[in-house]
Design a binder for this molecule. Structure first.
Ligand code: MEV
Length: 309
């Protein structure tokens, strides 16, 4: 007789992310460089007597975790319900991949309960189902980095390719303005439909830029990387996903001595990342922190992992 070891309760966690270069254009199958950060979402799960997916005793039909866990239950033929508790340190709706990490950790905990192990391939598919609620047409970059961790180049048609980068930390500035990723993705789609030729040029400029970034990583050229961030930002501005807050935060960072800065994630508000020498980071943080929230985060954090419960 085969007895499968499933769990009554389980927990897992997944990191948030910053897209260093290439957001939005990645939806159109251009490469992007993405890194996991040391802010994590933890999801605890219990086998539950009532059927369906429960988040803290409530059924939230349009929640990414609900969709992700429903997918796991359906594919594994699990008969009981699942109750989840979400504990996330990642600020939501500001470009740091909170919904993807929560979806990934929810799916992973459900996988532990229904299969007794984390089936990463299944978790990836499940989390992408969860992401569709938020992103409409997700490229998969956020869920992939939440699972794999580290830093890498992501391309929709080719998946994730890990790379080593010389940056260990990055300064994140949160403009405090939340927005919906799906709306931002739609905004770029509208731009692309109205400006077909220009959009093609922008996509090929972005692809060249990623190659220049990889060269600058190799030669540890922070000044060049900073300039490339500003070029990336100008392309994002042109397709309509910057905002007054983003531009203001970038200006403050540059005035305080950053090499470069750009929005990260979907834009329209949310966070910017800024690149500076370590000895300037404190000065930049100080000059910005009376206006915006600042986080100094570590890059290349660990991906999805099972946690003790
Ligand atoms: C959001 O973190 C990144 C976007 O490129 C959307 C996506 O790739 O799914 C804006």
């Amino acid at each position: 007789m085969v007895v499968s070891l499933t769990f009554e309760k389980a927990a897992s966690s997944a990191p948030g992310k910053v897209i260093l270069f290439g957001e939005h254009f990645v939806v159109y199958d251009k490469p992007a460089i993405v890194s996991a950060i040391n802010l994590r979402a933890r999801v605890e799960a219990w086998r539950y007597g009532r059927s369906g997916v429960w988040i803290e005793y409530r059924m939230l039909v349009d929640h990414p975790s609900t969709k992700a866990v429903e997918y796991i239950l359906e594919k594994t033929g699990f008969m009981s319900g699942i109750r989840l508790k979400i504990l996330s340190k990642i600020p939501a709706s500001v470009g740091l991949g909170s919904s993807a990490s929560v979806s990934v950790a929810s799916a992973a905990s459900a996988s532990l309960i229904s299969l007794g192990r984390i089936d990463r391939e299944l978790v990836e598919k499940a989390a992408l189902e969860g992401e569709k609620i938020v992103h409409i047409n997700p490229s998969g970059i956020d869920t992939t980095i939440a699972i794999c961790g580290g830093t890498g180049i992501y391309r929709r048609s080719r998946g994730f390719n890990p790379i080593d980068i010389p940056l260990k930390k990055i300064l994140i500035i949160d403009t405090g303005k939340t927005r919906r990723t799906g709306e931002m993705v739609n905004r770029v789609r509208e731009f692309s439909e109205k400006n077909k030729d220009r959009f093609r040029e922008i996509l090929s400029r972005e692809e060249e830029l990623i190659n220049d970034v990889l060269d600058a990583f190799k030669s540890l050229d922070l000044e060049k990387l900073g300039k490339l961030m500003l070029v990336n930002q100008s392309l994002l501005r042109e397709v309509g996903v910057s905002s007054l807050e983003i531009e203001e935060a970038i200006k403050l960072a540059l005035d305080a001595g950053a090499y470069g800065a750009k929005l990260t994630g979907a834009g329209g508000g949310g966070c910017i990342i800024c690149l500076a020498d370590e000895d300037k980071i404190e000065k930049i943080s100080k000059s910005i922190s009376n206006k915006f929230k600042v986080y100094l985060t570590e890059l290349s954090a660990e991906g999805l992992r099972e946690e003790k419960i």
